[in-house]
Design a protein around this ligand. Structure first.
Ligand code: FES
Length: 343
């Protein structure tokens, strides 16, 4: 027996067949529910169960820990009755199908002591249709995948830009830093993910990044500027010390040239001569914005940072409808590991 799921505020209804997860049924029927890992680890699909009953046959609900009562994970949940969910729907990313593509490493350049910039070129005549903030998977020779956020905006799509942080002991990033040569042919699957700007919103935007979590935020901010979206934007970028802030001149230039753009770097292990903000990035955000009810908040970085940011934002009145995150998990060398896109 199938059950009916209704969404708020999107006001959509769709059927979930027996044994089907809510997310799988939604995507099959073109309903744009958000998702990331699709295995109960990232929390990107989190929704509020307003009415009805559901179950988790696989029993994996670790991403629910610390979330408000009533939160559910549509990627694993199956209905036990008709349901109503409160969930921010994705209107357009689902219209773009992820493709398996060959690409050539056109350029490689070290951006600081542990971040490498990669620029990928698709085969002649091909462009990647994507939304600012989405990510791609590299498909390795043995079939494993490595996820990295796309750091450029869709209007600037001649090359695909990635920021790869060196992970000590991680074979893939070791290869990127010490072996991978320009002109090498790689395989990718893209675009992926539903982390993207809510362009219809009229709210001020807060961007909160940690480390290479800057990458998708860069794409979103460049996209917003390209679309001439004039809502105020404030970027917080957290890192340990000054040398971890790669491309620092870029947000400094945005702050200088774009009215309404503010940039606040925050260092947790500041250099002795640092005169800027210190501590954790979510603490700086919370100190500056004690009431977050009127904002759209975009969080990107290591899951621990995103989670701390989410909790800090919720404590200041932000709701899930207006918080967006790219946190997801990937496997490192066969061992489960957790990292932000691009880490
Ligand atoms: S997509 Fe549901 S927890 Fe990641």
């Amino acid at each position: 027996m199938s059950f009916k799921v209704c969404t708020e505020p999107g006001n959509h209804a769709f059927a979930v067949e027996p044994g089907e997860t809510i997310l799988a049924a939604a995507l099959r029927q073109g309903i744009g529910l958000p998702y990331g890992c699709r295995n109960g680890q990232c929390g990107a699909c989190a929704a509020i169960l307003m009415a009805g009953d559901l179950a988790y046959p696989e029993g994996k609900t670790e991403a629910l820990e610390g979330r408000p009562a009533g939160t559910c994970l549509p990627c694993l949940a199956v209905p036990l009755s008709d349901l109503t969910l409160r969930v921010p729907e994705v209107r357009s990313a689902t219209q773009v199908e992820a493709r398996l593509l060959p690409c050539r490493l056109e350029r490689k350049a070290q951006l600081n002591h542990d971040v490498m910039g990669l620029w990928l070129k698709l085969p002649e005549g091909q462009r990647l249709q994507f939304f600012a903030g989405q990510y791609l998977d590299f498909i390795l020779a043995d079939g494993r995948k490595r996820a990295f956020s796309i750091a450029n905006a869709p209007h600037d799509d001649d090359l695909i830009e990635l920021h790869v942080r060196h992970v000590p002991g991680g074979a893939f990033t070791e290869h990127v830093f010490h072996g991978l040569a320009e002109k090498t042919i790689l395989r990718i699957q893209a675009p992926l993910g539903t982390f993207m700007l809510d362009e219809e919103s009229q709210r001020d935007m807060l961007f909160v990044g940690g480390g290479t979590g800057f990458a998708p935020l860069k794409g979103m901010i460049e996209h917003a500027m390209h679309r001439d979206i004039r809502r105020p934007m404030h970027l917080y970028w957290g890192a340990r010390s000054r040398r971890d802030l790669y491309l620092p001149e870029l947000p400094e230039r945005w702050a200088r040239d774009w009215p309404g753009f503010t940039y606040t770097p925050v260092l947790s292990e500041p250099d002795p001569d640092w005169t800027g903000r210190t501590g954790f990035v979510h603490e700086a955000l919370g100190a500056d914005y004690p009431d977050l009810r009127g904002f759209d908040i975009y969080l990107s970085g290591p899951p621990v940072m995103v989670e701390a940011g989410r909790m800090a934002c919720e404590a200041r009145g932000a709701t899930m409808d207006h918080m967006f995150s790219d946190a997801f998990t990937y496997a490192r060398d066969g061992k489960p590991a957790t990292a932000a896109a691009g880490a």
